[in-house]
Design a protein around this ligand. Structure first.
Ligand code: PLP
Length: 236
């Protein structure tokens, strides 16, 4: 095994341990929080290494990159699209991925439904920080948007996703996550066909423990598993 392979295996073990501790400390069921390894900018071998170390879910944020990498892996993992989805790439996205975290408009949802995406899973992306550089719908529009989308398209929406604020101020991060959790609870209480809240996708390398404290059941971890990205931030 080369050094990269060993360090990914060690990182995965460390992340699982931190998630387990956060579950225990917050009265969550062990194993309740799933870990999606975000492999953007890393190669297919890195995905193979992470999956060998126990990662069951892999996320990418670009269609083209996933298209190049996934065929060079050995599969055996659930494929998540976590980046912004352009409507002209929907067909490819539906071929490549099992679950899409980034539905952010009725128009996009309609195109997904038109392209036959009913057998996949979808999350609505919410911009909880109000940062203009971020994608996602406004928190106050989320509940209406869920109903509009399911009503107009017949798609099932299985969760909510957010990217926390780009800040070191813990209270800001916490309040963004708290906002999403509250929307998730409200959405779960709706008795609307097609709204079936299962995934609360929030928390990344710098803030996943806070996210778990605030109720996340799906964290998206890149750097803590794969290492620092030399190419830098890609789209957020
Ligand atoms: C890159 C990315 C992540 C992972 O970020 P890290 O800081 O590397 O853990 C999670 N979610 C989305 C949407 C991303 O683009």
């Amino acid at each position: 095994m080369d050094l990269m392979t060993i360090s990914i295996a060690e990182n995965v073990a460390r992340v699982f341990e931190r998630v387990r501790v956060a579950e225990l400390e917050n009265g969550r069921r062990e194993g309740e929080v799933s870990v999606v390894g975000i492999s953007k900018t890393f190669d297919a071998q890195a995905i193979i290494d992470a999956v060998s170390a126990g990662i069951t879910d892999i996320g990418e944020n670009r269609i083209q990159e996933a298209e190049m990498k996934f065929p060079n892996t050995i599969g055996g993992f659930k494929k998540h699209m976590v980046g912004h989805l352009q409507s002209n790439k929907i067909n490819k996205a539906l071929r490549l991925f099992d679950i899409i975290h980034s539905v952010d408009s009725l128009k996009l949802a309609k195109k997904i439904a038109f392209s036959g995406g009913n057998d996949k899973e979808f999350l609505l992306e919410v911009n909880t920080s109000g940062e203009e550089s971020k994608f996602g719908i406004k928190p106050e529009e989320t509940l209406d948007m869920l109903s509009e989308i399911t009503g107009a398209t017949g798609l099932t929406l299985s969760g909510l996703m957010t990217v926390g604020p780009r800040s070191t101020d813990e209270s800001k991060i916490r309040s963004a996550f708290r906002k999403l959790k509250s929307l998730y609870d409200d959405a779960s209480a709706l008795n609307t066909k097609g709204i079936d809240m299962k995934y609360l996708s929030m928390g990344m390398t710098n803030d996943f423990e806070i996210a778990i404290e605030e109720g996340s059941n799906m964290v998206r971890i890149g750097r803590a598993i794969f290492g620092e990205r030399s190419i830098g931030r890609i789209d957020w």
